[in-house]
Design a protein around this ligand. Structure first.
Ligand code: GLU
Length: 549
């Protein structure tokens, strides 16, 4: 029996014409340096921080080189699937503005010339390549049962040998065509294994763009390439896909490093050019002076939903991801404040090979800085979008007082050193609630500082309202009047003056303005009091002060 006859016996009705696919998916018309890369998750319904980080880098690398970034869904292991698992992934990427050039755009649809982009739709393609391998004598059927495989494993374990289907343990490799024919005709179930040409004693070297040269023993395992359900295994499917989709760079988590000997062997045996590899170390976190992996279980920030819930602007998350992706980014950004992420050239060599360190405080700092440079209307839009999802009371307030809120956000904004109040949108309400009557109710805790005496507070507020407050005052006049008020009541006009002769005064102008601030807002720290008073207006000021007078 020839290999061709064997192949027909094993995969009847399947074509072995791989040329058909080689022609159908021609080389991409891109420049030499263009990076074609992919994000290739299983349809598990969500993306966690590690894979978001990888997809961010993948997209950036493709963008920088006018290449292609695509989303391929790897669903050959149907046990791992969840309902609407593709949609969840698509949404997570979308939420972080990681848009794809090609790939899945819904549960069932894809866009691009190199699809289908979901592996379960590519069954025929894989089977064609499997059949071709059988014809070439590079693959064979295996009839071993689960029990037999388990028995072998136990023997290997007992003898402290490597576990797997290789060498003399690869019993079905030695079946003659006649044996095979008899078993198939007897209806014995089978799977297809790759006939590894490797020897464990040989050493191979693989270059990784992050980790450098890595040496491995050559693969000698005859791994399964086609399962009994007619679907390929991940290893085989990804090699066919990356070849036909003309992936130039495989960027992924380093849990796949140990599979490299298998992958490079598959590419080589199939006659494919291997892609370049960049394996990313897991994101780390420092806790009690020790580093550990960012954990889905322990760290809320490991879930990508966290950023949406907290209302951290996507752009800020991206700035942070770039900060931990390339060690030189932070410095570059410091010197190029007017530039955007797109202006920065991503560099594989600047990826930390020991794992990026995730620091939430730093992320919030970046976010705070980012928000401080937004326009007031942009802050409003961000806060409004967040509130629409998470706080309908606040949404309504923002709606009812749009102009007021924008003016409020505009205080000390759009200047050289803008105020840095908000590190995320979810925190805004808790920082400005006192500006809205709807929220300025109930048991309010007034944070009076040096002046707490009720009589004194009352006379300060009274005199201010009666004699000094004028809505039309400019800031300088307003401040001078505050000083007049201070001296009227026996306080120093300047802090310095008070410090020089503390016995001559009851306090200083700062104590006075603190009373005006706290009686109006309850808070001892607010944005500029002059601006706040102007925004609230005389009626509200009087109303709020009347509580103390
Ligand atoms: N489907 C694999 C995963 O879920 C992808 C590995 C790769 O990128 O090659 O991680």
């Amino acid at each position: 029996m020839t290999n061709k006859e064997l192949a027909d016996l094993l995969l009847p009705g399947v074509s072995s014409d791989i040329e058909f696919y080689e022609k159908k998916y021609p080389k991409r018309n891109l420049s030499e340096k263009a990076i074609v890369t992919r994000f290739a998750p299983s349809p598990t319904g969500f993306v966690h921080m590690g894979s978001l980080f990888a997809s961010f880098i993948e997209k950036k690398a493709a963008n920088d080189t006018d290449g292609v970034f695509y989303l391929r869904i790897e669903d050959t292991d149907q046990k791992r699937e969840v309902e609407n698992g593709v949609t969840g992934i698509i949404n997570d990427l979308k939420n972080f503005d990681i848009t794809i050039d090609e790939g899945m755009i819904s549960e069932t649809e894809g866009k691009g010339e190199y699809g289908p982009y979901i592996q379960s739709e590519r069954k025929e393609i894989y089977q064609t390549y499997v059949k071709h391998l059988i014809e070439e004598g590079l693959a064979y059927p295996c009839f071993c049962s689960h029990e037999e495989i388990e028995e072998t494993r136990q023997i290997q374990e007992k003898r402290k040998q490597r576990i797997g289907y290789y060498g003399r343990f690869a019993v079905c490799r030695r079946l003659t065509p006649e044996d095979i024919k008899a078993k198939v005709e007897a209806g014995e179930p089978y799977i297809i294994r790759f006939k590894s040409p490797g020897s464990f004693d040989n050493k191979i070297k693989v270059h990784d763009l992050v980790k450098g040269d890595i040496e491995f023993p050559e693969n000698d395992m005859d791994l399964v390439i086609l399962k009994s359900d007619g679907l390929p295994t991940y290893h085989f499917a990804h090699a066919i896909d990356d070849h036909l989709m003309h992936t130039t760079h495989v960027i992924r988590g380093d849990e796949w490093v140990s599979s490299l000997p298998i992958h490079v062997q598959l590419f080589k045996t199939l006659g494919f050019e291997a892609p370049k590899y960049a394996h990313l170390s897991p994101i780390m976190k420092e806790e009690d002076g020790k580093k550990r992996k960012l954990s889905k279980r322990k760290d809320p920030e490991a879930a990508v939903s966290y950023y949406h819930e907290k209302g951290i602007p996507v752009e800020a998350v991206k700035l942070y991801l770039m900060t931990i992706a390339n060690t030189n980014f932070e410095q570059w950004y410091d010197c190029n404040k007017d530039k955007t992420l797109d202006d920065f050239k991503f560099d594989f060599k600047k990826i930390s090979s020991s794992g990026a360190l995730f620091d939430v405080d730093k992320l919030y700092n970046i976010s705070k800085n980012y928000i401080s440079y937004l326009k007031a209307t942009e802050v409003y839009d961000g806060a409004y979008t967040w509130a629409s999802n998470y706080d309908l009371e606040f949404k309504k307030i923002l709606e009812d007082h749009k102009e007021f809120a924008i003016n409020l956000f505009n205080i000390e904004r759009e200047q050289k050193k803008p105020r840095k109040d908000y590190s995320c949108y979810s925190e805004i309400k808790s920082l400005i609630w006192y500006m809205f009557d709807e929220l300025y109710t109930g048991d309010i805790n007034y944070e009076f500082q040096s002046i707490t005496d009720k009589e004194e507070i009352s006379s300060i507020l009274k005199l201010y309202i009666e004699k000094y407050y004028d809505i039309n005052d400019d800031k300088e006049t307003w401040f001078n009047k505050m000083k007049d008020l201070a001296s009227d009541l026996g306080y120093a006009r300047e802090v310095k003056e008070y410090k020089e002769n503390p016995d001559n005064f009851k306090g200083h102008v700062g104590d006075i303005s603190m009373v005006l601030r706290v009686a109006l807002t309850s808070k001892s720290m607010t944005p500029d009091l002059y601006e706040i008073m102007k925004l609230l207006g005389i009626d509200k000021i009087k109303e709020r002060y009347s509580k103390f007078i």
